[in-house]
Design a binder for this molecule. Structure first.
Ligand SMILES: Cc1ncc(COP(=O)(O)O)c(C=O)c1O
Length: 438
């Protein structure tokens, strides 16, 4: 493998320097590893902004009324939220914590959509108090919970109803959400979706503005979206006949990115063409006005913008079996390989063009045998102190980070135009014990 084979997986500003080092955002990654320590997450501002713009432009080219929301669960902090906000996106939030970040980033409340399958009364109350644009209802108990809180506040909450259409998007079972057997949403096939929408329509405290579904993630195929839009629009049209004013329609997120050199995920424009056409056709078929199309990309916004940076420590060669190179991070900062069997590429940032000589498994430092980041990678012969960088690591890694084994969570750095700045400090041992009481 040469670096050129995997360069497209890295942020757009990535290049090989003349000293054979990796550069992102105009900064030498090896130098940053030394300055900030590792494990380290580096986000490239140009890539983050480019991903936001590609979604807005791509979908805008294929459909007249579009809202793009960044699904914050993929990874958010106030600095990143501010950039997304500046790019004009809205935000899909799923907790009071994500709402708090939105507030700190001065996110306009009307651009926030509140998701989740068990939003707590306090979270719903906070959301109404802040004036969150839409609450996406997930089940009947939640509908009743919100209705009560809206009544107490004497407001009419704008809601979408999330339904599960019974479509398998062919992704990992843990990230499949649109099938009937899912904890999310009102199932369509059992009649509960229809009941839910009718119940919401009848409520004096709820204003139903649309229908939502989300199939799973990451979805590398386009057909599940086309099918999903058609099936859910059949349902939505039926609800229109029952008095629903379908102002908005959302096929959720789930847009894939490339983790491996062998992968070729569709770009925003390809997803847009299929989804936009499917929605236009469905509206024509049912003779209803075009609703606003609401998209919720998370992974595809923040994933390609971030890389994980580690330093190699112990190297264990078991003759005839396997070679393990242990880095200073692992499942605590990136649980995806363990949780979803996720795969990554890796490069050596301080010796980019070194020849591949070995099959190496990059293991973490956590006390679990399963704590492996990259299994059987073809890499140069690794040495202690080498800086290993994994691309496409911006989504669902730092956001799911834990302090397992009481390893502090990594620092996060933002790079742009040759400058880098910390947007999240590395946790300290004091941070780890902040809430403990002796
Ligand atoms: C309702 C909803 N919208 C959007 C997303 C974001 O998915 P992705 O990050 O794959 O785009 C998810 C992810 O689980 C989701 O559940």
């Amino acid at each position: 493998m040469s670096f050129a084979d995997v360069q497209r997986l890295f942020p757009v500003t990535t290049r090989a320097l003349s000293n054979d080092h990796l550069e992102i955002g105009g900064r030498d990654v090896t130098t940053m590893a030394r300055e900030y320590g590792t494990p380290l997450y580096v986000f490239d501002e140009d890539t983050l902004r480019a991903q936001c713009r590609d979604f807005v432009k791509g979908f805008g080219a294929h459909y007249p009324k579009v809202k793009v929301l960044f699904a914050a669960k993929a990874y958010v902090n106030p600095a990143l939220a501010k950039i997304v906000q500046e790019e004009g996106l809205g935000m899909d939030i799923v907790s009071g914590g994500e709402l708090a970040v939105a507030r700190v980033a001065a996110f306009p409340p009307e651009r926030l959509y509140f998701h989740g399958n068990n939003k707590q009364a306090r979270e719903l109350d906070d959301a109404l108090a802040y004036g969150v644009g839409r609450i996406v209802l997930d089940n009947i108990e939640e509908l009743e919970r919100l209705e009560k809180i809206a009544a107490e506040r004497k407001v009419k909450a704008n809601v979408m109803v999330r339904i599960t259409p019974g479509i398998d998007p062919h992704t990992h079972a843990h990230t499949t959400t649109g099938t009937v057997d899912s904890k999310f949403g009102f199932p369509m096939l059992t009649g509960q979706a229809e009941e839910g929408v009718k119940r919401a329509l009848a409520s004096p405290h709820l204003n139903v503005v649309g229908i939502h579904f989300h199939l799973g993630s990451p979805i590398f195929e386009l057909e599940p979206y086309a099918l999903g839009v058609a099936v859910v629009m059949d349902f939505a049209a039926k609800m229109v006949a029952h008095g629903l004013n379908l102002e908005e329609f959302s096929p959720g997120g789930g847009f894939a990115i490339n983790y491996l050199r062998s992968q070729h995920a569709p770009g925003p424009e390809q997803y847009a063409e299929v989804i936009g056409n499917a929605l236009k056709q469905a509206c024509q078929k049912h003779r209803i006005q075009l609703p606003t199309l609401v998209l919720e990309p998370g992974r595809a916004i923040v994933g390609p913008a971030g890389v994980a940076v580690y330093t190699v420590g112990s190297i264990k060669r078991i003759p005839g079996v396997r070679t393990y190179a242990a880095v200073d991070g692992g499942m605590g900062d990136n649980i995806r390989p363990v949780l979803y069997d996720a795969k990554y590429e890796a490069v050596i940032a301080n010796r980019l063009s070194a020849k591949e000589e070995e099959t190496i498994t990059i293991a973490g430092k956590y006390c679990e045998s399963g704590d492996v980041l990259v299994k059987d990678a073809n890499l140069p012969r690794l040495q202690q102190g080498d800086v290993v960088v994994m691309p496409s690591a911006g989504a669902y890694a730092p956001s799911m980070a834990s302090v397992y084994n009481l390893n502090p969570r990594p620092a996060v750095v933002l790079v742009k135009g040759g400058k880098s700045r910390i947007i999240r400090r590395r946790e300290t041992y004091e941070d780890l014990m902040r809430n403990d009481v002796i």
